[in-house]
Write a protein that binds this ligand. Structure first.
Ligand code: SAM
Length: 349
């Protein structure tokens, strides 16, 4: 198991921030909101570009940093200010344990990006922190990183931490797996889809089009059990190699047809069916395959159970789910190349 996180209860409402990767901002936002919703349905995130702000009575930033594929940085907001002299004392006092070292860095959002301004701001904030705390500065390897997030309108003084999972995901990209196949889903998207499906430890997650196991390889580190099915024996062999290579146990692989799925029940479904991009079929075969599989999800899932699924936009999955009265939580469009828009659907029954 790769990740442990504690969610600390602090009783009071505190302000937090999350800064997401620029690779695919709408997906990053949907993933962040889905993870926060898992913990507390009341949390509302206010977004400005890649920066999200939210209030919470529990510190959920460790959970985001340990689970989200597209969260780069997150932490607590200590103060909002314009001039360093305006930072209220309570935003500075007692924020550094005397045994810990610290550094101040800046993050500039949007157009606001002047290097000279940056270093003097870091020094000024560092001096203000030293005035109110007994601590040592360590620019190279600080125990605590204060990030000053600057935009045209305001500045935020934050205690910030980096993602604990993005480097691990890079090691799990398809090209680095024991068995490679071009249809494999990349690790970041697979992880984000698990998060959109709100996979929880010890749940059973089904991928009925599992191929060589790109999605299953992300299900299992979360602590859930994966059940994979595919028509293709060779890809199932590849999935077994990839899952074993990742050192994981707790998965089952079945050779079968998703149109007559032999699985009776699971907690959620995360999957990437074939797109059938042959111009002669214009996705119609793939659409029929997805339709027949989606007709079955109510039988397999508990009420409220989630499906996170990719499809190409020409399959018009929106129409299928509307006809089947399956709920849509979110849809994110990912442009793969000029002829293909991949849509990531987060659905519930
Ligand atoms: C896009 S790939 C899946 C990628 C995989 N989910 C991953 O994470 O790497 C689609 C898979 O669907 C499988 N497939 C096609 N028709 C199927 C069917 N009727 N039932 C089950 N699997 C099917 C193909 O063999 C292929 O492996």
């Amino acid at each position: 198991m790769e990740i442990t996180y504690t969610i600390e209860g602090i009783g009071l409402n505190q302000d937090y921030f999350v800064y997401v990767s620029g690779e695919t901002i709408p997906l990053a936002k949907a993933e962040t909101e889905s993870l926060l919703e898992m913990c507390n349905k009341e949390i509302v995130v206010e977004w400005k570009g890649r920066l999200g702000r939210f209030s919470s009575t529990t510190d959920l930033t460790g959970f985001l940093l340990g689970r989200a594929a597209f969260v780069k940085t997150s932490g607590r907001i200590l103060a909002e200010f314009h001039e360093v002299d305006d930072i209220p004392q309570k935003g500075l006092e007692g924020v550094i344990d005397s045994t810990k070292s610290f550094a101040v860095r800046t993050l500039h959002l949007g157009e606001f990006n002047e290097r000279g301004e940056t270093s003097s701001l870091e020094a000024e904030v560092g001096a203000a922190l030293l005035k109110h705390n007994q601590a040592e500065v360590s620019l190279d390897s600080p125990d605590i990183l204060f990030l000053v997030i600057c935009s045209d309108e305001t500045r935020l003084l934050t205690i910030s931490e980096e993602s604990r999972i993005r480097k691990l995901l890079e090691l799990r990209e398809p090209g680095r797996k024991e068995f490679f196949h071009p249809s494999m889903m990349n690790a970041k998207l697979a992880r984000a889809m698990c998060n959109l499906a709100q996979v929880m430890p010890s749940q059973i997650v089904l991928d009925p089009f599992c191929g060589a196991g790109g999605i299953l390889c992300e299900v299992i580190p979360i602590g859930a059990r994966g059940v994979g099915m595919d028509l293709n024996w060779n890809l199932l062999r590849g999935a077994r190699l990839n899952l074993k290579d990742a050192g994981v146990i707790g998965f089952s692989l079945i050779q079968g047809d998703a149109r007559s799925c032999p699985v009776d029940s699971c907690d959620c479904i995360v999957t990437d069916p074939p797109y059938g991009r042959a111009s002669s079929t214009r996705g119609s075969q793939a659409r029929a395959l997805v339709e027949s599989f989606l007709k079955d999800v109510r039988r397999i899932l508990p009420k409220g159970g989630r499906v996170c699924m990719c499809a190409s936009s020409d399959m018009e999955v929106y129409d299928i789910v509307r006809d089947l009265e399956i709920g849509v939580k979110s849809v994110v469009d990912l442009r793969v190349h000029s002829g293909l828009v991949r849509q990531v659907f987060s659905l519930f029954v």
